[in-house]
Structures are given as structure tokens and as C-alpha cells.
Design a protein around this ligand. Structure first.
Ligand SMILES: Nc1ncnc2c1ncn2[C@@H]1O[C@H](COP(=O)(O)OP(=O)(O)O)[C@@H](O)[C@H]1O
Ligand SMILES: [Mg+2]
Length: 291
């Protein structure tokens, strides 16, 4: 097959792992930066150019779209899909999942456990909503943050107020969220490929932090998910219309709650922790869909 991996950086672990897996299975694979793709739109003969050359005769694309390139990344995916190219990630599910507010709205409306979350759209109702969020501390989170950056613990109401004021000034979209203390700085990452959990790990925040992201110094270990956790992860991914995703969940006494669903989940942590060739599973998924 002729496969394109959309990635801003060919030397990233996840990109490299996919390239290796595709070559091992005898595919022709190229890494292309989606931000360097040019889109020409015409009725039923739209084209994608890279370095002034049309990209043609592609069997599949594997998009790895980072949080700084979501909108244009989605446009590039949409253009490939309009040309009938199989993509492991569709444009609309990427947009739904990437926005933490829309992701939780959609999952919550389908009965998936989510932490109580509030979106404050204007400064006038902020004092009322901050009152509603008690007891403190609470979480304040950037709607499109990633790798634990932009997830803040506000100790009390006045603390939360000053953090929100700063975000208003910069026009950043933020959500308020109940702080789930009983998780004790641990979360669960379930990796889903094509309706199947291919790996799962527990991540623990480093001492003094509550964010368990490996990029924030967290540690990870292999775990076996409960059937409720498996079901929650698989259902969440299906509801959003994703095929490959990393679901972040917290354990609570009333079952798992989903924090977010990552549409371009990193492979390094999960492959390193579980020993599973997840990139290989992704390539197999691509093969299955081209046959
Ligand atoms: N409501 C919360 N209660 C407790 N811990 C949280 C909460 N939200 C986030 N965290 C911690 O912060 C980490 C990062 O949050 P997450 O929503 O997954 O954003 P990111 O996209 O930055 O990974 C989580 O993995 C978890 O450890
Ligand atoms: Mg996360």
C-alpha cells in the first residue's frame, strides 16, 4: 500500500514507530507535514499539493494532528477523505474530541461518566458559578490544552477568580471542573484501535503534582482494566466516531469518569509500558480497511 502519515515532525517517536511498522509490513510510507499541504477546492476535482506537487494515488492516510494544528489538520483530512482516501481519523470526530468541552458534552449526553464541568461564557455570572463549584479545590482547564499543560488546581474561590480573569484577558476558553481527589493523582489511559482495547496503563503523578501525564513527570505501569472501564472506553470512542484513540479516565467510587479522549494519542508511553506493538496494530487496521 501507499500510505501517508500526516505529522509535523518525522522524528517524533509515534511517527517513527508507525513508519517502522508500515515498512516492516512492506508498505510504501511517507511522512508529510499537514501544515505544508496546499488545498485546492473545486467541484468534484479537489486536489492536495505538497511542495508544488499533487499528492495522488494514496491508499490511506494516518493523521497525527497535534493540538496547535487542529483546524487545518482537519481540513487536510477532509480533503483526503473527499478524494476517497481511507483515513484512520475522520475530520469531524477529531474536532469533537479535541475540544474538551464538546467532548464531555457529547459523552455526558450519552450517559458516560464525566466529572461535573462548567463552562463560564461571561465574567458576570462567574461569581455565581464559582459558588456552585464548591467544595474547593477545583480544576480550571484550557479547553484545548494537552500533556497536562493548562490544567490548574484552584485552592479557593478568590484564587479561581484571579486565574479566570487572567484567561479572560487572553481570550482563552476554559472550563471549571470538580477536582476528583479520590483518584490520588492517578489516571488510566486505555488505547483503542478499531473497537478493541490494545493496551492500558495506570499513570501516577510525581509527588506534589496531581497531573499524571508522563510529559509532566508521571510514571506508568501496566494494568488490567475492569469490565466497566473497558466498556466506558470503547463506548466513548464509538460515540465520538473515532477508530484510534487514547481514553483518559479516573477511578471513582461510582465507577470510571472520562476526562478526555485523545484523537492522536502518543505511542511512546503505551508501547513502552505494555510492550505491545501498537503501531503494528494500527497498520493492520489500515490493511483491513483497504482490502
Ligand atoms: N477533574 C480532575 N480531577 C482530578 N485530576 C484531574 C482532573 N482533570 C485532570 N486531572 C489530572 O490532570 C491530568 C491531565 O488532564 P486531562 O484532562 O487529561 O488534560 P490533558 O489534555 O492536558 O492531558 C489527568 O490525567 C489527571 O491526572
Ligand atoms: Mg490527558
Amino acid at each position: 500500500m501507499n500510505i501517508i502519515i500526516l505529522s509535523r515532525n518525522a522524528s517524533l517517536y509515534s511517527t517513527q514507530s508507525l513508519v517502522d511498522a508500515a515498512r516492516r509490513r512492506n508498505h510504501y510510507v511517507r511522512v508529510i507535514d499537514h501544515m505544508a499541504c496546499d488545498l485546492i477546492i473545486e467541484s468534484e476535482k479537489s486536489k492536495i499539493f505538497f511542495n508544488n506537487q499533487p499528492i495522488e494515488k494514496i491508499d490511506a492516510v494516518i493523521p497525527r494532528i497535534g493540538s496547535t494544528a487542529t483546524t487545518y489538520g482537519a481540513a487536510v483530512i477532509r480533503q483526503f477523505e473527499s478524494q476517497g482516501v481511507f483515513s484512520t481519523l475522520h475530520a469531524e470526530p477529531l474536532l469533537k474530541a479535541r475540544d474538551k468541552l464538546s467532548c464531555l458534552q457529547i459523552l455526558g449526553s450519552h450517559g458516560i461518566g464525566v466529572p461535573k464541568t462548567v463552562y463560564v461564557s461571561n465574567p458576570y455570572t462567574m461569581p455565581f458559578l464559582l459558588e456552585q463549584m464548591a467544595p474547593y479545590p477545583i480544576i480550571i482547564k484550557l479547553v484545548s490544552g494537552t500533556q497536562g499543560m493548562g490544567v490548574i488546581l484552584a485552592e479557593n474561590k478568590s484564587n479561581a477568580e484571579s486565574i479566570l480573569e487572567a484567561f479572560y484577558a487572553t481570550k482563552e476558553k476554559v472550563i471549571l471542573q470538580k477536582f476528583i481527589k479520590e483518584a490520588k493523582g492517578a489516571d488510566i489511559r486505555a488505547f483503542v484501535v478499531d473497537g478493541e482495547i490494545v493496551g492500558a496503563m495506570k499513570r501516577q503523578a510525581r509527588p506534589g503534582d496531581f497531573r499524571s501525564n508522563l510529559h509532566r513527570g508521571g510514571t506508568s505501569e501496566l494494568i488490567k482494566l475492569t469490565s466497566q472501564e473497558e466498556e466506558t472506553a470503547l463506548k466513548s470512542v464509538e460515540i465520538l466516531g473515532l477508530k484510534i484513540a487514547g481514553v483518559d479516565m479516573l477511578k471513582t467510587h461510582i465507577g470510571p469518569v472520562v476526562l478526555e479522549v485523545n484523537a492522536s494519542p502518543g505511542l511512546e508511553g503505551i508501547e513502552g509500558t505494555t510492550g505491545v506493538d501498537i503501531a503494528g496494530k494500527i497498520i493492520q487496521f489500515v490493511e483491513k480497511n483497504r482490502k
